[in-house]
Structure formats: structure tokens, C-alpha cells
Design a binder for this molecule. Sequence first.
Ligand code: GTP
Length: 247
Amino acid sequence: MRTVIYKIGRIKVVIVISIIAVLLAVGLNYIFQSFQEVTYSYSSLIRAAVIPLIVAPILSWYLVGLFVRVIELEQKMTEWALFDQLTGLLNRRAFLHRAEQEYYLAKRQETTFGVVVLDLDHFKDINDQYGHKAGDSILKDFGELVLKQIRQSDISGRIGGEEFAFILPNTNLVQSKVFAEKLLAVVSDRVVTIDEQAIKYTASIGITVSFPENDFKINNLIHHADQALYEAKSAGRNCYKVAESLL
Ligand SMILES: Nc1nc2c(ncn2[C@@H]2O[C@H](COP(=O)(O)OP(=O)(O)OP(=O)(O)O)[C@@H](O)[C@H]2O)c(=O)[nH]1
């Protein structure tokens, strides 16, 4: 039913249901008259058609609409369970789930993957200076930027208030650094205009890489990347640092 509605549209579904209802009513009336063994009354047949002709379109329009709403709600609920509403990126739980899948896949295929953690700089100051709504707009802007910039095969998520993480499948340290440099460059070029005020923002990044021979689980890897991120913050922000375990 769901596919039919999406393929042919609500109006056509209502027309088809109404036609079926009218034909059914006329057919049943005809059979009923035959059993009664009375002379056919055309006016009775017409009467039998008129009621479903009025009721069926109204009722089916309402019911099909209700059905469409339920489907949309179901889709929204699936979306809410997986995605962060503000940025459109995976939420923390969904991100960790996808990251763990990538971890096992990389282990099986003996490939490396990059783990990148990013935190927006001085976000508290942005909130304090321009307001929480402006802070939200910046988070939204960053989400859009990420979705535009990164590869479809990369996994990105919002893992905290202004903290984001990325899993870069089949990516070594050099390539992860290039990813970080590119991301920092596009972020610092970004200008968000809120209430005619141009706001610029920057980010700091921590990087680590998972090798198939190491047994660091996703949580460990994110922890290592997080430590590198704090190094980047201490080094003055708007830069990236590599996890100590790789140095
Ligand atoms: N607008 C907005 N702010 C948020 C959201 N989630 C977290 N924050 C804010 O982000 C700020 C984070 O502040 P801190 O952890 O001190 O970090 P920071 O100010 O970015 O400083 P550094 O990370 O050291 O550069 C806090 O003020 C939070 O209230 C959100 O969804 N929307």
C-alpha cells in the first residue's frame, strides 16, 4: 500500500478506491435484485451507486491521508533515533555503532582507518556573545559543511555539544592529516551571518589511526584522539595534533 501511494499519488489512489466502491455497490445491488427475482430497477442501481460515489472519495481521502501521516511519522522516528536534529549528522549512539562496524570490517580486511575528533573553539564565548540561537546556527552550519565536504564513505557524527567525530575508512595517518587540514581550512573560511552580524569560527582536531595489528577498540581510539584534541587546544586551537601513541 505504502509503495502504491508513493508511486501513483494520493489522488489516484482515492479515485481507484472510489471506482472500486461504486462498482462493488452496483454489482452487489445487481446480484441482490437477481436473487429477489424481481424486475430490474435501474433507479435502484443508480441509487446504489450514488452513496459510495459520495462517501468513498471523502472517506478514502481521509484514510489515505492518515496512512501517509503514519508512514511519515514512522520515517521521522527512525531519523530521530539515528540523526542529530540540529546538524543532520549521526548522533553519538548511532555514530559509535557505525564506528564499531567499521572497526570489525577493517580488522577483517586488515586495513587501517583514521579516527578524527573535532571540537569547535571558544564555543562558550560565541554563545555568551551572540546568544544560544547563534550558537545553534553555527552548529547547523558546521553540519552542512561536513555533509558537503566529506566523502560518502566517511562516517561523521556529533558526539557531544560542540564535539564531532569522523571515521575515515581505508585511510592512513598522512591521509588523515590531509583530511584534518582541509576541514580546518574550510571551517576557518566560513562566515555565518546572524542578525546582520558576520560570525567566524574555528575548530581544533585530534587524530589517531587504527591499525589491524593493534587491539584498540573504538572507545580507546576516540579517547586517544580526544587527548590529541586537548593538545591542539593547548597549542592555541585552530590546528590539529596526532595522538601520542602514533608519535
Ligand atoms: N548553542 C549551543 N551551545 C551548545 C550546545 N551544546 C553545547 N553547547 C555549549 O558549548 C559550550 C562549550 O563550552 P566549553 O566546553 O567551555 O568549550 P569552548 O568554549 O568551546 O572552549 P574550547 O573548547 O576550550 O575552545 C558550552 O557553553 C555549552 O553550553 C548546543 O547544542 N547549542
